[in-house]
Design a binder for this molecule. Structure first.
Ligand code: GLY
Length: 383
């Protein structure tokens, strides 16, 4: 059987679900193909931080996109919650970045200086002031930066809300539907990709959005041609643990040199994350969990008594220059990349979707920073 859509989105993580939502909202016919279960890959392994000021080293294109995404979150959340009729647990918790020694403090100080210079809302605190903000913080903390504008969301509930709202507007989300191959028009028809075969079904379409996270490169390679082979997205494993069994000892996200603690609305503390180059292995390891427990205790000693409620891992989609890849592939303009968000998929997913929907529907990609263009990998020069 053949199904027809305007757009087929490959991947039902936060990026794919957000793209489907934005397209469906504009009246387009959308099918989302997910090889496993929706929202259960890297999207599920995230902690839900919306942290552009914290997850940056420089005031670059990524940073500017992150700030824009953070600003746009509240209106998206309000709209989505009204449509989906459940909370996505968005909270402006703020983030406290802390230092244990002079080297950590110098690193924080450099970032604080340029963010302050830009007029952003960040505050330098000595160790005692850090403990006023978070009384259960380790005595070893010597300084920190408080960034009150940063926030958290339930990555799982947000993705579910995007999926449900897209479906309510007619989008079809197919789970357990791995892409088997692409369909191509004859060379007389321009050789364009005209559909996808997945789970034995044919999905014809005009446009394909590649939002398959760490697997995007492998899938793009099946398009054939030089560009397909050069969508260099690589997996970076992140292991997480959920700590509980006690009243949450912190109110803010606390970020240290070796990891972070995120107090979730359900009372658990999510502690993350390892950064590991281990290919597509998605399991947690004893050593990873041990390191996360040690990192948690070092930041908040009381967490030594917490129990690990669950542990899990996901694969961040990394790129050679650390920037996402968003826009039409030069050799296949009917295929749109929306991937490579590495540590920032939850923050940038909805903004990527807004940009992609405008690009697809109005052929206007001007809002997408040039630095994110797939063209940077097309000519053989890798940035
Ligand atoms: N954004 C947090 C992480 O990737 O670990």
């Amino acid at each position: 059987m053949t199904r027809g859509s305007d757009t087929v989105v490959i991947g039902a993580g936060i990026v794919g679900c957000a793209v489907a939502y934005e397209l469906a909202r504009a009246g387009a016919r959308v099918t989302v193909l997910e090889y496993g279960k929706a929202g259960m890959q890297a999207t599920n392994a995230a902690a839900g931080m919306l942290a552009p000021l914290t997850e940056t080293h420089a005031p670059d294109a990524m940073f500017r996109a992150g700030l824009q995404a953070l600003r746009e979150y509240p209106s998206l959340v309000a709209r989505l919650e009204a449509e989906a009729r459940f909370s996505v647990e968005y909270r402006q918790t703020g983030i406290l970045n802390v230092a244990f020694d002079g080297e950590d403090a110098a690193r924080l100080q450099r970032r604080f200086a340029w963010q302050r210079e830009m007029g952003l809302d960040v505050e330098w605190l000595d160790g005692a002031l850090c403990r006023e903000v978070e009384p259960r913080l380790s005595e070893r903390v010597i300084a920190g930066v408080l960034s009150p504008s940063e926030a958290c969301v339930s990555n799982q509930l947000l993705t579910l809300a995007l999926q449900r709202s897209a479906e309510a507007r007619g989008a079809l989300v197919r789970e357990r539907a791995p892409v088997e191959r692409f369909l191509r028009r004859s060379m007389r028809g321009g050789g364009r990709i005209s559909g996808v075969i997945a789970a034995g079904e044919t999905f014809a379409c005009d446009t394909i959005v590649l939002a398959a996270g760490a697997r995007s490169g492998q899938i793009a390679a099946r398009l054939g041609g030089r560009v397909g082979a050069r969508l260099p997205v690589r997996p970076t494993r992140g292991q997480m643990i959920a700590l509980g069994g006690m009243l949450a000892p912190i109110r803010h996200v606390v970020w240290g040199p070796d990891g972070y603690l995120v107090p979730r609305a359900n009372g658990l503390i999510f502690a993350g994350a390892t950064v590991e180059d281990v290919g597509f292995r998605r399991r947690t390891t004893k050593d990873g969990v041990r390191r996360l427990r040690a990192m948690s205790r070092a930041l908040v000693p009381q967490l030594a008594a917490a129990t690990v409620h669950f542990e899990w891992a996901g694969l961040r989609p990394g790129t050679p220059d650390g920037l996402p890849i968003i826009g039409p592939l030069p050799a296949h303009p009917e295929v749109i990349a929306a991937t490579g968000h590495y540590r920032n998929g939850i923050l940038l997913g909805p903004l990527t979707a807004t940009w992609s929907a405008r690009g697809i529907l109005e052929n206007d990609w001007s809002a997408v920073p040039e630095e994110f263009s797939p063209a940077r990998f097309a000519s053989g020069r890798e940035p």
